[in-house]
Write a protein that binds this ligand. Structure first.
Ligand SMILES: Nc1nc2c(c(=O)[nH]1)N[C@H]1C(S)=C(S)[C@@H](COP(=O)(O)O)O[C@H]1N2
Ligand SMILES: [Mo]
Length: 425
């Protein structure tokens, strides 16, 4: 039986610390944004302060795609695998030249395979063989990487690789296969293993026009770097980050009939797909009475899509008893911004790589907002009298469900409605 103990440093305290660090960064942005908006209004004069402030706020938005080096990192291991010296990386298969993937039958719940791919008899899959499969089968798609336990996305990228099913078929599978589980290099220390799993059906077929589950080796057009899980990681398009195992070394085919992810510890909902939710990026801490309020933000677009982002500004004293999701607030539609002129993310030549799923030949998205991605938004609210207010934002998905519905539970991924206090002076 493969060990299922909790990795040494995957504890709630660590996750809280991660969250606190991200929140601090966020608050810093908020503070700066406040000063900027106030200055903008002073410069533009009374004529059209709101549209100037809107344009300036939109110009300051984060890039749509995240440069690979700027992703936030969620990595377990002592030492962290990506921090190992190059020589050690070569030794343990964490370079493109030395990487090998074993694809095995689970000894506990054996799958009937024609063959295994294993190091002991020289049949493990190496990087060149993976790229060879890629010549015929490679796909690339845009996806936001989000940790189920952190909430705000770690980064938005174009992930490229070979569908996992292409490697699955190499084992000439026959019968008794219900679960596919997989893990990466973990310092050869069973207690450090971080494993994830999928039902076989999700590996073989892509429901609802989702991209396939891939063995990923490129991010934003460049080789996947060590910190992001290179040379090869799994990427599961519709899932939270814990399904996308980094430094992949083993795929195990099993007749087990249920999930056996390491993330089950910690009370996580292992089968929860990405949710839609809205969050602020720039919101002033204080404004003058009567001055329009300009706020920007992003929405994560989960499997149920995004039809609207809405915002509300309510006196802080308002009580919400019996209305935990603020459904009776005076919600108004924010403006969802279209595809950006510059995609960011350090893409080669600043262009969407050819044949990226969901984009046309000219590199323009076929639909917008794109599912499993992000969209930016801006809201301009009319001035209000002095007082303490709370600003909120929420998504409405394509089925009409208002955030945090249809799945409000925290351990299924973040969807709580964000509230920001604003002083109107
Ligand atoms: N081998 C391994 N893979 C892993 C992890 C890990 O600790 N070890 N963390 C997972 C979790 S919980 C998340 S949220 C994502 C984070 O991906 P990133 O660090 O590239 O942003 O990687 C996942 N893959
Ligand atoms: Mo995570």
């Amino acid at each position: 039986m493969l060990p299922s103990s909790r990795p040494a440093n995957d504890d709630p305290k660590r996750l809280l610390a991660e969250h606190a660090a991200l929140t601090r960064r966020h608050l810093l942005q908020l503070g700066l944004a406040g000063a900027t908006l106030a200055a903008t209004n002073a410069r533009c004069g009374a004529a059209e302060p709101a549209s100037h402030a809107r344009a300036e706020a939109v110009a300051k938005l984060e890039p749509f795609f995240t440069p690979p080096a700027e992703f936030r990192d969620v990595s377990r291991g002592k030492p962290l695998p990506h921090s190992l010296p190059d020589e050690k990386k070569r030794e343990v298969g964490l370079t493109r030249e030395t990487w090998q993937l074993e694809v095995l039958s689970d000894p506990e719940h054996p799958a009937r395979l024609g063959r295994e791919l294993k190091k002991s008899d020289g049949t493990a899959l190496d990087f060149a063989a993976l790229l060879k499969l890629g010549e015929q089968h490679a796909v690339r798609f845009a996806k936001v990487m989000t940790c189920l336990n952190i909430g705000c996305p770690l980064g938005m990228g174009i992930w490229e690789g070979v569908p996992l099913r292409e490697v699955f078929w190499l084992t000439k599978p026959r019968e008794d296969i219900r679960r596919v589980f997989y893990y990466g290099y973990h310092n050869d220390e069973p207690s450090q293993m971080f494993r994830s799993s999928l039902p076989l059906g999700r590996v073989l077929e892509d429901p609802f026009d989702l991209p396939p589950v891939i063995l990923c080796y490129k991010l934003n057009g460049e080789w996947l770097d060590s910190q992001r899980g290179g040379p090869v990681r799994v990427v599961v398009p519709e899932a939270y980050g814990f399904k996308s195992i980094k430094w992949l070394s083993h795929v195990v085919l099993s007749n087990l009939h249920h999930a056996n992810d390491t993330y089950a510890s910690g009370n996580n909902d292992l089968d929860s797909p990405l949710k839609s939710f809205a969050a602020t990026l720039q919101v002033p801490k204080s404004i003058q009475a009567g001055e329009p309020l300009v706020v920007t933000g992003y929405a994560q677009v989960g499997i149920s899509g995004l039809s609207k982002v809405q915002v509300s500004l309510t006196p802080a004293a308002t009580t919400w008893e019996g209305d935990p999701y603020f459904t009776k607030a005076a919600w108004v539609d924010a403006e969802i911004l279209g595809p950006p002129a510059q995609w960011g993310g350090d893409l080669p030549d600043g262009k969407i790589p050819g044949e990226t799923l969901g984009f046309d030949a000219a590199g323009q998205p076929k639909t917008w907002p794109m599912r499993l991605g992000k969209a930016h938004w801006v809201a301009v609210l009319p001035g209000v009298p002095a007082g303490e207010y709370e600003f909120r934002c929420r998504t409405i998905d394509e089925k009409g469900a208002a955030q945090p519905l249809p799945r409000p539970f925290r351990k299924s991924g973040h969807a709580a409605i964000e509230a920001v206090t604003i002083a109107v002076k």
